[in-house]
Design a protein. Structure first.
Length: 192
């Protein structure tokens, strides 16, 4: 077993799954395009991701997700659907990334084990930020946040394609900082 190859594949899987937590369809589309171009190596069981019908479907779904996310009422519906869709996309992307270094069953099991939580964390953070934005701005800031999410997902995808473990490290630091902030006790001065 090629340990560096496995570590790199798992790192790529986690990174792609985390991106799916922001945008479900964009990383599927981009991964399929790069697999078709020979840049990404997917397991044979996941080669359908680079097929023409899949790329067309992912392209249409990406456009709908990006455009729909700019409309305040539609963005909440997309987030509700994304609660199930984004972890599933994360599991699929992680499994596909791992699929070329192991058999399909192991790739699916490990991909699901690392992909689902990797997609859920950014999805929950994004949904929480959107809820706060809606509450504070009546939804007027949501299209701006959505555009920032688009660029973040795209930038993270490019970085993941180049250096997957760097994205995993960045996500780990962000998760730790977020957890620290969420679990921080109020200071004595604030409670007095």
């Amino acid at each position: 077993m090629d340990l560096p190859g496995v570590v790199s594949a798992v790192g790529l899987g986690i990174a792609l799954a985390a991106i799916a937590g922001l945008r479900a369809w964009m990383p599927l589309l981009l991964a399929g395009i790069l697999a078709r171009a020979g840049v990404f190596e997917l397991g044979s069981a996941f080669s359908f991701l680079s097929s023409t019908p899949a790329l067309v479907a992912f392209g249409v779904a990406t456009a709908v997700e990006i455009l729909g996310d700019k409309i305040p009422v539609v963005d909440h519906s997309l987030d509700a659907i994304g609660t199930v869709l984004r972890p599933a996309a994360g599991a699929l992307l992680a499994s596909a990334a791992i699929g070329h270094v192991t058999d399909p069953l192991t790739a699916t099991a490990v991909g699901t084990a690392v992909g689902v939580p990797s997609a859920i964390v950014p999805h929950v953070a994004k949904s929480s930020l959107r809820a706060a934005s809606t509450l504070l701005t009546g939804g007027l800031a949501n299209p701006i946040l959505s555009t920032l999410e688009d660029f973040t997902a795209l930038a993270l995808f490019v970085l993941a394609a180049l250096i997957p473990l760097a994205v995993v490290a960045m996500l780990a630091v962000a998760a730790i900082l977020t957890l620290r902030r969420a679990t921080r006790r109020p200071s004595v001065a604030a409670t007095a």
